[in-house]
Every structure is written in structure tokens, then in C-alpha cells.
Design a protein around this ligand. Structure first.
Ligand code: IPD
Ligand code: CA
Ligand code: CA
Length: 264
């Protein structure tokens, strides 16, 4: 898998350069609305094209699932790409966004790369090979109670039908934890969890490309991830709880009473 990880890193860095080059003029870019509160700029598309061309040059027979261009059919290797996670931040010049690239083989995530071009932080993971930030090995935090815990999340702004359930979860976690952060890039939130900068994370209805790379980072840093039914269908449901085994359990206890049938 190392050659594939090298390709993922090369693609992520190259997309990061494209993103950085236009970061100053991001507020002047034409913005398409793909749906309610769902935006893309020409930079999202350019960065995605660059990633796909690097992957296709190395592995023409592989499949691709990319946020902006959708599915490109191929074999059992599937590259899952979010060229710019945190587009709303990017458009506003709010410095928190990343490139996210994962590789699945027969539905199992084998490689995950999350790259923050602003801070030049490269988070990488190989299944069974640990998670790294640049050259440093990552480990989730060893916290054993919600007291003192810093929790990451994303708001369900595209799915308002889940807002009441989310706010109930939010209330329970606000009361018990040290604080909640909504930084605007799920991929980076998960990378930060792997790096011990957050103690746990949850979000409703993420897309596969928001989380595939980040979840492998978390797992390879000693953490666990489940959906809201304590199963591993998070890539399909989009509902995710992640943390160290202990923090995950504590989060699940707070979230579970508010899970509606539609979120199971
Ligand atoms: C979004 C970010 C955000 C999360 C949203 C995603 P995008 O991705 O990851 O943190 O809350 O659900 O859609 O649209 O910026 O690639
Ligand atoms: Ca995203
Ligand atoms: Ca995106």
C-alpha cells in the first residue's frame, strides 16, 4: 500500500497548492449552490481534477468516488475524494479547510490522507500501519471522563429535519463536556481527534468523502468509530461517533437517548 499512499500524498499536496494559490481571492470566486447551504467553487473542481489526474496516471484501472464529479467506474480499489473540505470556510477566508483522500479496497478503508495546506500539516494513515502527522506518530487522548473533554462536531445545516435531535444531543454534551467546537471541516476534525487535539467527535449525515480518510486516521491512532446504532454503517448512514474507546462509549451514552428512528 505504500506506493498508493505516496500517490495520495502527492495528489493531496498538489491540490493543496491549487487551493492556496487562490485563497486570497476566494471571496471573489464564482460560487455554485449545489443544494441548500451546499457550495462549490471553481477551485473545488480544479483541485479535484488535479487529484484525479494524478491517481489515474498511476492507477488507470481504479475506481473513483469524488464529491464534485461523482463516480468513475473501475475495479475494486475506490479512491474517495473530497478536494476541499470546508468550502464555506474557504470562501470566507476562515483558515480551516483541507484536502481529503482515502483509498478503499473491497469496501475497507486502506489509506487515508488529510492535508491542511495553510499549516502544511499532512495527516496520513495506512491500515495496520498507524497514523502520522508529518513525521510524528499519532495517538488519541487518554481522557476517561467527559469532564475536561473537548468535543468536535458539525451542525446539520443541510438536514434541518434532524435539528431537534441534534440539539438534544448538543445540550447533553454541552452540559457534560468542557466545550464543543464546530470548526467547519469534518476531515480536519477527525484528523485533530487522531492527533489528540479533540477528545471525541460526532456529526449527522456526513458524506463518505468527508469522513473516509479521517476515520482511518482515528482508528490507526487507537480510536473507534460507529454509527448511532453502535454498528459500523457510518459510511452509508453518514452518522458518526468517534473517539478513544472510552470517550466513544461516553459519547454514545449521551447521544443514544436522542437518536430518532430516521437516524438509526
Ligand atoms: C462539509 C464540512 C463540514 C461538515 C459538512 C460537510 P464541504 O464539507 O465537512 O464540516 O459539517 O457536513 O459537508 O461541503 O465543505 O466539503
Ligand atoms: Ca466535505
Ligand atoms: Ca468539499
Amino acid at each position: 500500500m505504500q506506493p498508493m499512499l505516496n500517490i495520495a500524498v502527492r495528489a493531496a499536496r498538489s491540490a493543496g497548492e491549487i487551493i492556496l494559490r487562490s485563497a486570497d481571492k476566494a471571496s471573489h470566486l464564482a460560487v455554485d449552490s449545489k443544494g441548500k447551504n451546499d457550495f462549490a467553487t471553481e477551485i473545488d473542481r480544479l483541485a479535484e481534477k488535479e487529484i484525479i489526474s494524478i491517481i489515474k496516471a498511476a492507477y488507470p484501472e481504479h475506481s473513483i468516488l469524488a464529491e464534485e464529479s461523482g463516480e468513475h467506474a473501475g475495479n475494486d480499489f475506490v479512491w474517495v475524494i473530497d478536494p476541499l473540505d470546508g468550502t464555506t470556510n474557504f470562501i470566507h477566508g476562515f483558515p480551516q479547510y483541507a484536502v481529503s483522500i482515502a483509498l478503499k479496497y473491497k469496501n475497507r478503508i486502506e489509506i487515508g490522507v488529510v492535508y491542511d495546506p495553510l499549516r502544511e500539516e499532512l495527516f496520513t494513515a495506512k491500515r495496520g500501519g498507524g497514523a502520522m502527522l508529518n513525521n510524528r506518530r499519532l495517538r488519541v487522548t487518554g481522557l476517561t471522563s467527559m469532564k475536561g473533554a473537548l468535543i468536535g462536531t458539525g451542525f446539520p445545516f443541510k438536514v434541518p429535519q434532524h435539528l431537534d435531535a441534534y440539539l438534544n444531543m448538543f445540550r447533553a454534551i454541552t452540559i457534560d463536556s468542557a466545550g464543543i467546537r464546530r470548526a467547519g471541516s469534518a476531515a480536519l476534525d477527525l484528523a485533530y481527534l487522531a492527533a489528540g487535539r479533540l477528545d471525541a467527535f460526532w456529526e449527522i449525515e456526513l458524506k463518505e468523502w468527508d469522513m473516509a480518510a479521517g476515520i482511518l486516521l482515528v482508528k490507526e491512532a487507537g480510536g473507534v468509530a460507529t454509527d448511532f446504532s453502535f454498528n459500523d454503517n457510518y459510511l452509508t448512514s453518514g452518522n458518526l461517533i468517534a473517539g478513544s474507546p472510552r470517550m466513544h462509549q461516553l459519547m454514545y451514552q449521551l447521544i443514544e437517548p436522542h437518536v430518532t428512528p430516521a437516524l438509526k
